[in-house]
Ligand binder design. Structure first.
Ligand code: SF4
Length: 235
């Protein structure tokens, strides 16, 4: 009896396989080089890959231009464009990057290529399948965002020390909610917790005073790119 591949005869392509795209693509809003404005990587020169689309509608969203449009790019093309900036640090952001299934492949491809990769995600989708080499910056939506019902609390158990939780705050009531969530979910024991005031809504000095008064082990962050360049797109 014959054995091995020769015994299998000619390859047969199933109808389902024929429908699979030959090239894995993602819908991309923009790819640009700037300084990281947030997280513990703040200030680091970084290439941003912004994916199109988001299932959420936060009241204070500053990237609504990424909800639609963009261009369909093969993952190999995205890697080429990222590499052209000659920068070792990459941030995959959105929109909500994980809303596109091929995002996982992009993250792995970037890590395989040797980049230091972070992912900014809304916290509404499962982060469990993200390549473990990627640092996940996971939002927790406070009530004034209008999207706190979308928080996927199961993600909290998946956080590692290289991940970060980001809570954007628009008011004192948001702050009180965030403090309670941090204690109830033991967030301080899991990873860095970032508190970020909504630009032009909550005065950063107010948030600073509250954090100091309450002796909170959080990192208050401003959006460095907005301090430098305002709300200019692609910065
Ligand atoms: S999750 Fe992010 S991109 Fe989506 S609406 Fe909220 S702030 Fe905007």
């Amino acid at each position: 009896m014959k054995s091995g591949p020769a015994a299998l005869g000619p390859a047969v392509t199933s109808p389902a396989a024929e429908k699979l795209p030959a090239v894995r693509t993602l819908r991309i809003s923009e790819i640009f080089h700037s300084l990281q404005g947030e997280s513990t990587r703040v200030g680091l020169p970084t290439v941003f890959v912004r994916l199109t689309g988001c299932p959420l509608r936060c009241t204070w969203c500053d990237t609504a231009h990424a909800f639609t449009g963009g261009e369909s790019l093969a993952i190999a093309t995205i890697l080429d464009r990222v590499a052209a900036f000659a920068c070792p640090t990459v941030c995959v952001t959105g929109g909500e990057p994980l809303a596109q299934g091929n995002c996982q492949l992009l993250l792995t491809a970037l890590a395989d290529a040797g980049f230091s990769v972070s992912l900014e995600t809304s916290g509404a989708l499962d982060i469990g399948a993200v390549d473990p080499r990627v640092s996940r910056i996971v939002d927790l939506k406070a009530p004034d965002s209008g999207e706190s019902a979308r928080n996927r609390w199961e993600n909290i158990d998946l956080l590692r020390p290289i991940d970060e939780i980001k809570i954007v705050l628009a008011s004192r009531s948001d702050y009180d909610w965030a403090v309670a969530a941090c204690h109830q979910r033991r967030l301080f024991e899991r990873c860095t917790v970032l508190f970020s005031p909504v630009w032009n809504a909550l005065p950063p000095a107010h948030l600073a005073e509250w954090v100091l008064k309450d002796r909170l082990p959080v990192r208050l962050q401003l959006q460095l790119h907005k301090v430098l360049w305002g709300e200019e797109r692609g910065r």
